[in-house]
Design a binder for this molecule. Structure first.
Ligand SMILES: *Cc1c(COP(=O)(O)O)cnc(C)c1O
Length: 336
């Protein structure tokens, strides 16, 4: 794997820290839990989309684009980081926000990520739930083209093989850090949505010949569908990277038991997990993605999935900006 073969526009602060969580590990009674701080990528409050956007933005600029077009849910962290990337490179940004969540109170459509989208001059329009949002984005790009603009369409979550290169890069960075510290990593756990994060990690670890198991906690799709999505994208990413050797479907592990009532719908386990990490380690998760991913890790620990001496890395994918659209969840919470 040789990532310098691909154009890249530097947007983030890398490497992100890899930290041991002593108080959390003690409270759970082992394993030894570590956190990879991709919430600290540095781009307009950070998150996992920054890594993908380094490769996507470079591709857009190579193609002569003057406008980024993308889509996501109303409180999309991806749209916010895309708006920031566009600002940084002097491009316009247009986004379509899908009303996928409509029951989370007055602030949901104006606070958090939406506020930051406005600040960074992202032009956004809402769409009702259930449309083919990538097709809607293509239609928007077509109308921008007819006005003489040069749009570059980034799929939801930045999840195509070019975007997933960002997480192949993360795999390389993480293994490099672990090797330098003499840290054996036994397992990686994170939240999975549009699939690019897990696909890039799986393809990257495969390319590095570093067979660390990765478990993704779906925030939306049922398990088999999520595994198919991740596996399909991992194969295409491995091909782009010219990785040799098979990447079997069994190398992708995902669960859907933390989704709850649906995308962006709070669960008790998520709220408990978020409060636990905030109070033990001073680290903020988000209610839609990383909170559910972390709840999955806590559930695995409690179910005895790890040995006490295992070293487990939670990949923090960011998203805490969305907390401000979900204030009601935490303002009513009694002390744990
Ligand atoms: C987008 C996102 C994810 C999911 O990553 P995918 O690559 O879409 O699977 C996880 N956490 C946060 C905070 C996100 O914004």
């Amino acid at each position: 794997m040789h990532l310098a073969r691909f154009p890249r526009y530097r947007l983030g602060h890398f490497p992100t820290p890899l930290e041991r969580l002593d108080r959390l590990s003690a409270a759970l009674g082992g394993p030894e839990i570590w956190i990879k701080r991709d919430d600290c990528t540095g781009l307009a409050s950070g998150g996992n989309k920054t890594r993908k956007l380094e490769f996507l933005l470079a591709d857009a600029l190579e193609q002569g684009a003057d406008t980024l077009v993308t889509q996501g849910a109303t409180q999309s962290n991806h749209v916010r980081q895309t708006a920031a990337a566009a600002a940084r490179a002097g491009l316009a940004c247009h986004a379509l926000l899908e009303r996928r969540v409509t029951n989370q109170g007055a602030d949901y459509e104006s606070a958090g990520n939406v506020l930051l989208d406005e600040m960074m001059d992202c032009h956004f329009d809402f769409r009702p739930e259930g449309l083919d949002m990538n097709a809607e984005a293509e239609t928007l790009a077509e109308s921008l083209r007819s006005e003489g603009r040069k749009p570059y369409v980034i799929p939801g979550g930045g999840s195509n093989p070019v975007g997933a290169l960002g997480y192949a890069a993360c795999a390389q960075e993480l293994v490099g850090q672990a090797d330098a510290m003499g840290l054996r990593i036994d397992h990686i756990v994170h939240a999975t949505g549009s699939a690019g994060t897990q696909a890039g990690l799986v393809a990257g670890l495969h390319a590095l010949n570093a067979p660390i198991p990765v478990t993704g906690y779906s925030v939306r799709a049922p398990r088999e569908k999520q595994i198919d999505n991740v596996h399909g994208l991992a194969l295409r990413t491995a091909e782009l990277l010219s990785v040799r050797g098979d990447l079997p479907r069994e190398s992708v592990v995902a669960h859907d038991d933390q989704v709850g009532a649906g995308y962006g719908q709070p669960t008790e386990a998520m709220v408990e997990a978020m409060i636990m990490l905030a109070r033990l380690e001073g680290i903020l998760l988000d209610p839609v993605y990383s909170g559910k991913g972390f709840a999955g890790l806590v559930a695995m620990v409690r179910a005895g999935a790890f040995a006490k001496t295992d070293r487990v890395v939670f990949l923090h994918t960011g998203g805490s900006v969305a907390l401000f659209a979900y204030g009601h969840l935490f303002q009513t919470q009694k002390a744990a």
